[in-house]
Ligand binder design. Structure first.
Ligand code: NI
Length: 184
């Protein structure tokens, strides 16, 4: 396992449409993609992130990992077990939204307020190439939308409707963290 370098905003890889993963290659014994997934998990944990998408480690592939367990950055968030998703497709995104402050390992000094669908359905594959379906809500729904956005070249800034609320982390903690609209 290895900790990979995280691509930061300005790196064109973050703005590309990620390629679908070939499931035969994913499940081939000794596949380099399994190593990549292990490295993504280690990199996410090392950076105390709640999620990581392959383009963030400069691989333009449709792979995301996420986990929320004893995370220093999100001590009050619900626990989400480690999840690896390959070629995810979202559907049934609710019109009902939740507003929340998001950060991103590729924009690691910023927080921004984004509206996301409260619930969604995800269909994709796990790291063994088995089909999976997830009905997510709340924080997990937000994490999934944030991470799958990375697969279509989007970052949370693109989803903000009011850029006047973009904050550095330090100012966020000083001026905004007590805002009771913070939900996710
Ligand atoms: Ni991100």
């Amino acid at each position: 396992m290895a900790i990979l370098e995280i691509a930061r905003l300005g790196n064109p890889v973050l703005r590309q449409q990620a390629q679908p993963v070939d499931l035969n290659e994913l499940t081939r014994p000794g596949s380099e993609l399994q190593q990549l997934i292990d490295d993504m998990i280690e990199t996410m944990r090392d950076a105390n992130g709640a999620g990581l998408a392959a383009p963030q480690v400069s691989r333009s592939l449709q792979i995301v990992v996420y986990e929320c367990e004893g995370n220093e950055r999100y001590p009050d968030r619900p626990t989400i077990p480690l999840t690896v998703l390959v070629n995810p497709r979202l559907s049934e995104l609710s019109e009902e939204t939740v507003m929340g402050w998001e950060g991103c390992l590729s924009l690691d000094d910023f927080r921004g307020k984004v509206a996301r669908s409260r619930t969604l359905r995800l269909d994709g594959f796990d790291r063994e190439g088995q089909a999976v379906s997830i009905l997510a809500e709340g924080f997990e729904s937000v994490v999934i939308q944030h991470e799958t956005d990375h697969l279509i070249g989007k970052v949370f800034l693109d989803r903000m409707t009011d850029l006047t609320q973009l904050s550095y982390v330090k100012e966020f903690e000083t001026f905004w963290v007590a805002d009771d609209t913070v939900e996710v």
